[in-house]
Design a protein around this ligand. Sequence first.
Ligand SMILES: O=C(O)CC1=CCC(=O)O1
Length: 93
Amino acid sequence: MLYHVRMDVRIPHDMAAGERADLIAREKAYAQEVQRSGRWPHLWRIAGEYANISIFDVASHDDLHDLLSGLPLFPYLEIAVTPLATHPSDINA
Ligand SMILES: O=C(O)CC1=CCC(=O)O1
């Protein structure tokens, strides 16, 4: 199942620099591990925003929730999920 996910990052401005750096490093490691598994085939920065657009390819809503809630940044993310279905005019479908 494919999902379009927008994540807006809202790290508190008063977080200590070291804590912030550690959080971002752990986020990167987790994100790259999931990408290598094939479940996160697209990760794009939204130009000009501290936000991303991602495509996830996972087995179920529950799998997506588990993946997203495991993100180290999860407490600081505003997340919008759009489940994707096949379009009848898609020549690749
Ligand atoms: O910076 C972001 O967009 C948040 C994020 C998601 C995966 C990652 O490595 O950073």
